[in-house]
Design a protein around this ligand. Structure first.
Ligand code: BES
Ligand code: MN
Ligand code: ZN
Length: 501
């Protein structure tokens, strides 16, 4: 897919399609107005006859509009002008892209990027438009034997900006968006991969691909032998029921001087979570292939970062393993000694994510991190609390939490903070070990984060619970690519990358 920005008038475009907005009720946007004049009222006539009300997402495709050079004009309903917000804008763009892709326009010039969105500038509008386009055109059909391709797929989008002065801004927005989208695509591809293919070794191979593709990326693979030597017994316990070796992949991106402390991202990479001996019920169990969504998100963010070549140091850790029942599997009642030396009584082998992450979080102390963010499909409770719209954010460091919330607002990849008060720690008390891996009734997302907080005392830390946001179930099943956008935005901000005038 090719993207461009342009600053031109609609009647001069010679394109397969020009895309302009119509507001509710039957009100032309400024650009649509221009087309209407040139076409001697052709468009306003249609509106008067009731062909398009302008409701958000409504589409009307016109051919051979009088005096217009382009083959088609796509009128896009944008809702009430004053109500056009970020979410509406993204939805309108997505709908537009699917319509173009299905109606034979292989290229188009889109003027929706000139609409006024409260508090957002040209950079934001172009960037979101490009990201929405890439998101919309993604599919995971590689494992189907019969290929399903659009007959005349969309190949090129031009987004118009109001003035020539804004062209550089638009170009920067495209280049950032393409990097983020590459990361999102990587994340989706790995996350959607079935668990018989995507095992911990597969995650390591993906890390190796990044190392191969970028000069300033290197990797280290930590297998079971090495983990044994490091005392990562908790991580190892989770993978013991599986035939697949537990593998932790460490991806190092070097964009700054060697003495600059790295930002560390740790992703839960449980390539299949059966629950282990505390076996999960069968319904939708296939979706537990997405339990490596955190690792996929970290991999995607590392890919975007390498594309952007930001001047920072970042280390991404993919904590890969598989949680299976078996003769050698760990059991409820087992007491594990974590790499930190703290002991944990296992009360449920399905609360495995925290047991993997705690050792990975101790492992990364060696990098003397500037800060650590872990990303995990950690608790079903998070889906209950926040649904599929926001990732859970928990942190012991307020400034870091605010930075992440900021990045989530900018990117539209939403997160919402939950408290991490000391009181909740009581729910982890154990009669036999230092604490248990099960928080009991209530606040499951918080008690899971409380568990992790016991392993992150040596650095600034935040935790993203992406259980509700990493994938969609049901008919539209598939990875969302979240939270690659959020993480990459955070890194862009950290690197001080320019994103406005
Ligand atoms: N990977 C799951 C969390 C999960 C469940 C994410 C459903 C998305 C949808 C995690 O390993 C898990 O099983 N958590 C348990 C924890 C419980 C046993 C304390 C859960 O949420 O039920
Ligand atoms: Mn589980
Ligand atoms: Zn899990």
């Amino acid at each position: 897919m090719e993207f461009n920005v342009k600053s031109g008038s609609p009647e001069k475009q010679r394109s397969a399609c020009i895309v302009v907005g119509v507001f509710e009720p039957r009100r032309l946007s400024a650009i649509a107005e221009q087309l209407d004049e040139i076409s001697e009222g052709y468009i306003s006539n249609l509106l008067r006859r009731g062909d398009l009300e302008g409701k958000s997402g409504q589409m009307l495709l016109l051919h051979h509009v009088p005096n217009i050079l382009s083959e088609r004009v796509l009128l896009v309903g944008c809702g009430k002008e004053r109500e056009l917000d970020e979410r509406q804008y993204r939805q309108i763009i997505s709908k537009t892209i699917s319509t173009l892709n299905e109606t034979g326009s292989m290229e188009a010039v889109c003027f929706l990027s000139e609409l006024h969105v409260k508090g957002r500038d040209t950079y934001w509008k172009v960037r979101q438009a490009v990201e929405a386009t890439q998101d919309c055109l993604y599919n995971f059909h590689g494992l189907k034997t019969r290929k399903v391709e659009a007959r005349r797929p969309l190949r090129k989008m031009v987004f118009n900006v109001p003035t020539r002065r804004e062209l550089p801004l638009g170009e920067r927005a495209i280049s950032h968006a393409l990097a983020v989208s590459e990361g999102i695509t990587t994340c989706k591809n790995v996350a959607n991969m079935p668990p018989n293919i995507c095992n911990p070794a597969y995650l390591a191979e993906q890390a190796k691909i990044l190392e191969h593709d970028y000069d300033n990326v290197s990797t280290e693979i930590v297998g079971e032998k090495e983990m044994e030597a490091l005392g990562m017994s908790s991580y190892l316990a989770v993978g013991r029921g599986s035939r697949n070796e537990s593998i932790m992949s460490v991806i190092k991106y070097n964009g700054a001087a060697a003495d600059v402390n790295p930002i560390v991202l740790v992703g839960k990479g449980v390539t299949f979570d059966s629950g282990g001996i505390s076996l999960k019920p069968g319904e939708a169990m296939d979706e537990m292939k997405y339990d490596m969504g955190g690792a996929a998100g970290v991999l995607g963010a590392m890919h975007a970062l390498a594309e952007l070549q930001l001047p920072i140091n970042v280390i991404g850790v993919l904590a890969g393993c598989e949680n299976m029942p078996g003769g050698d599997a760990y059991r409820p009642g087992d007491i594990l000694t974590t790499m930190s030396g703290q002991t944990v009584e296992v009360l449920n082998t399905d609360a495995e994510g925290r047991l993997v992450l705690c050792d990975a979080l101790t492992y990364v102390e060696r990098f003397d991190p500037e800060l650590v963010i872990d990303v995990a499909t950690l608790t079903g409770a998070c889906v209950v609390a926040l649904g599929k719209h926001a990732s859970g954010l928990l942190s012991t460091h307020n400034p870091l939490a605010h930075e992440l919330l900021n990045a989530s607002e900018q990117s539209g990849d939403r997160a919402w903070r939950l408290p991490l008060w000391e009181e909740y720690q009581e729910q982890l008390e154990s009669p036999f070990a230092d604490f248990t891996n099960l928080g009991g009734k209530g606040a499951g997302t918080i008690t899971a984060a409380c568990f992790l907080a016991r392993f992150t005392k040596k650095y600034h830390w935040a935790h993203l619970d992406i259980a509700g946001t990493a994938w969609r179930g049901g008919k539209e099943k598939g990875s969302t690519g979240r939270p690659v956008s959020l993480l990459t935005q955070f890194l862009l901000n950290r690197a001080g990358a320019e994103q406005s005038e």
